[in-house]
Design a protein around this ligand. Structure first.
Ligand code: EPZ
Length: 417
C-alpha cells in the first residue's frame, strides 16, 4: 500500500509538461488489434491503466514493446481467447477489447470491466450497437460472449452520447460490410483521436467530433504511426492547482480549446490566465468569485474535472454550486474535503460550497481517480501535512505526478506503508 504525503502551502512556479491523454491511449492500445501489421503509438502516458491494457494484449499473444514515450504493438501473433476476470476487472477500458476483437475476429469472450466506482456504469449502449451490427450477446453472470457470423453496417442511435459506446461501436464497425452511422455520438477529443488512428490504418471514418459519425467498412487495416493528443484532464487538473497556488505556473503542451469550459469558469472566478497556442500561464488571484458549474458531455464542463475543481470553490467569496449530471456517485471526495475544513453540503446531485474556508492538512483516502486528484489539489493548498491513502487510484491516470509537482516547488512524496 502506498500513501502520498503533501506538505501544503507552497507556491508553485515553473513549467509542467502535459503527457498524452490516458483516455485516448486506453482505446488506442486495444484498437491496435485491428491492424494486420505493427502499430506505433507515441506519447502514451506510463500510467497503470495503460500498463494493464498492454498486459491484456500480451496475454492474447501480441508483442508489446515500450520505448520511452512510444509503444510498438505487433498484433500478428494474437490468438483470440477468453480474457480472464482478473485482467478485465483491472480497469474500465478493458471493454474496448470487446469492440476490437469483435471487429477483427467476430467473436469475443471476456468479463465485465472494472474501473472507478462512481456510478452504475452499465454497457448497454455498447451492446446495443454490437447487436445492431449483427452480433449476438450471451451474458452469464459477469461473463460476456459476443459473436457474429457476419458484421453488417447499421444505423445506431445512442440514447446518451457515451464516450465508451461511441468508440467501441467504431472499433466493431470499421471492418463490417457496408456503412454504419452512429447518431448522437460522443464528441470528446478522444473520439477524434481514435478515429484518426483507425483512418491512419486505412479505415474510412468521417464525422468524428460531431454527433453523426459515418463508418464505411473496409476489408483490411494496415500498420501505422500515430500520436496521442495531450491529456485535457491532466492539463485541467494542473491548471486548477495553478489557480489555487500558482505564480506564473506554465501548463505546457496542451490544446487550450479542449479545456475552454474550464478556462472560461476560471476567468469568471477571477483567475489570471494567459492562453497561448499550446500553453496556459496561470496565476492565483487575491480573491475568487463564486461560480456555478454543471458537468456536461464535451464541449461542456467535464465530469472528470468536477472533483479537482470543487477544491477551488472552497476559496470563493460566497456560495458556489457544482452539479454532477453524468455519474450518480461522484461526490466521494466531499467528506474528505469537509474533514480538511471545507463547508460543502450535498443534495441529490448538487454540491453547495460555502466559502471562503481555509483547508487544513489531514489524513484522507482516494476513493477513485479524480477524487484522489482533488485531494492532491486540496493537500497542496492546505496548511500543514496531508496524507492520502489508496494512491493506486491516482497512479492510474497521472503520469509522473510526484516528479511533475516537485519540479515546480511542491513538497510531495510517495511512501510504501
Ligand atoms: C469515459 O468513460 C472515461 N473513461 C471517463 O473517464 C469519463 O468520465 C467519461 O468517459 C465521460 O467523459 C475512459 O475513457 C476509459 P460514458 P465511459 O460511456 O466511456 C452512462 C476518468 O476519470 N452509460 O460516456 O465509461 C454511464 O453510466 C474517467 O478518467 C450508460 O448508461 O463514459 C455514465 O453515467 C472515469 N450506458 C454516462 O453514460 C452505456 O452503455 C457516461 O458514460 C454507457 C454509458
Amino acid at each position: 500500500m502506498k500513501v502520498l504525503e503533501i506538505q501544503g502551502g507552497h507556491e508553485l512556479s515553473g513549467t509542467i509538461r502535459i503527457s498524452g491523454a490516458k483516455n485516448s491511449s486506453v482505446a488506442l492500445i486495444p484498437a491496435a488489434i485491428l491492424a494486420d501489421d505493427d502499430v506505433t503509438i507515441c506519447n502514451v502516458p506510463e500510467v497503470t491503466d495503460t500498463d494493464a491494457l498492454s498486459e491484456i494484449l500480451e496475454f492474447l499473444g501480441a508483442s508489446v514493446r515500450r520505448a520511452s514515450e512510444s509503444i510498438v504493438i505487433s498484433p500478428k501473433t494474437i490468438q483470440n481467447k477468453e480474457i480472464p476476470k482478473e485482467l478485465s476487472k483491472k480497469l474500465r477500458a478493458s471493454y474496448y477489447f470487446m469492440g476490437a476483437l469483435l471487429g477483427k475476429y467476430k467473436h469475443v469472450e471476456m468479463y465485465f470491466p472494472g474501473g472507478c466506482s462512481i456510478g452504475a456504469r452499465p454497457i448497454n449502449l455498447h451492446l446495443k450497437g454490437f447487436e445492431l451490427l449483427g452480433a449476438t450477446i450471451d451474458i452469464n453472470d459477469d461473463r460476456y460472449v459476443v459473436d457474429a457470423k457476419d458484421l453488417k453496417g447499421a444505423n445506431i442511435y445512442l440514447d446518451f452520447a457515451s464516450v465508451g459506446a461511441t468508440i467501441n461501436i467504431m472499433l466493431a464497425a470499421v471492418k463490417a460490410r457496408g456503412t454504419s452511422i452512429i447518431d448522437n455520438a460522443a464528441k470528446e477529443p478522444e473520439i477524434v483521436n481514435v478515429a484518426t488512428f483507425l483512418n491512419n490504418m486505412g479505415a474510412k471514418i468521417t464525422g468524428a467530433g460531431t454527433s453523426r459519425i459515418k463508418i464505411v467498412g473496409v476489408n483490411k487495416l494496415h500498420g501505422c504511426f500515430h500520436e496521442v493528443i495531450p491529456d485535457r484532464i491532466e492539463a485541467g487538473t494542473y491548471t486548477i492547482i495553478g489557480a489555487l497556488i500558482g505564480k506564473y505556473l506554465k501548463i505546457d503542451n496542451i490544446i487550450p480549446e479542449h479545456i475552454e469550459s474550464l478556462t472560461s469558469k476560471l476567468i469568471e472566478m477571477g483567475v489570471e490566465l494567459e492562453i497561448g497556442d499550446d500553453y496556459l500561464l496561470v496565476n492565483k488571484p487575491s480573491k475568487y468569485n463564486p461560480v456555478e458549474v454543471q458537468t456536461q458531455v464535451f464541449p461542456g464542463f467535464p465530469t472528470d474535472l468536477q472533483q479537482p475543481f470543487m477544491v477551488l470553490t472552497t476559496k470563493c467569496n460566497g456560495k458556489s454550486k457544482v452539479e454532477e449530471t453524468i455519474y450518480e456517485n461522484r461526490f466521494m471526495h466531499v467528506p474528505y474535503l469537509n474533514k480538511m475544513g471545507a463547508n460543502i453540503t450535498i443534495k441529490d446531485r448538487v454540491a453547495t460550497i460555502k466559502g471562503p474556508t481555509e483547508l487544513i492538512g489531514s489524513e484522507v483516502e482516494a476513493t477513485d481517480l479524480r477524487a484522489g486528484a482533488s485531494l492532491v489539489v486540496a493537500g497542496l493548498g492546505a496548511k500543514g501535512k496531508t496524507i492520502i491513502h489508496n494512491v493506486e487510484h491516482i497512479l492510474r491516470g497521472y503520469e509522473n505526478i510526484i516528479e511533475k509537482l516537485t519540479d515546480v516547488g511542491a513538497k510531495i512524496t510517495i511512501k510504501e506503508i
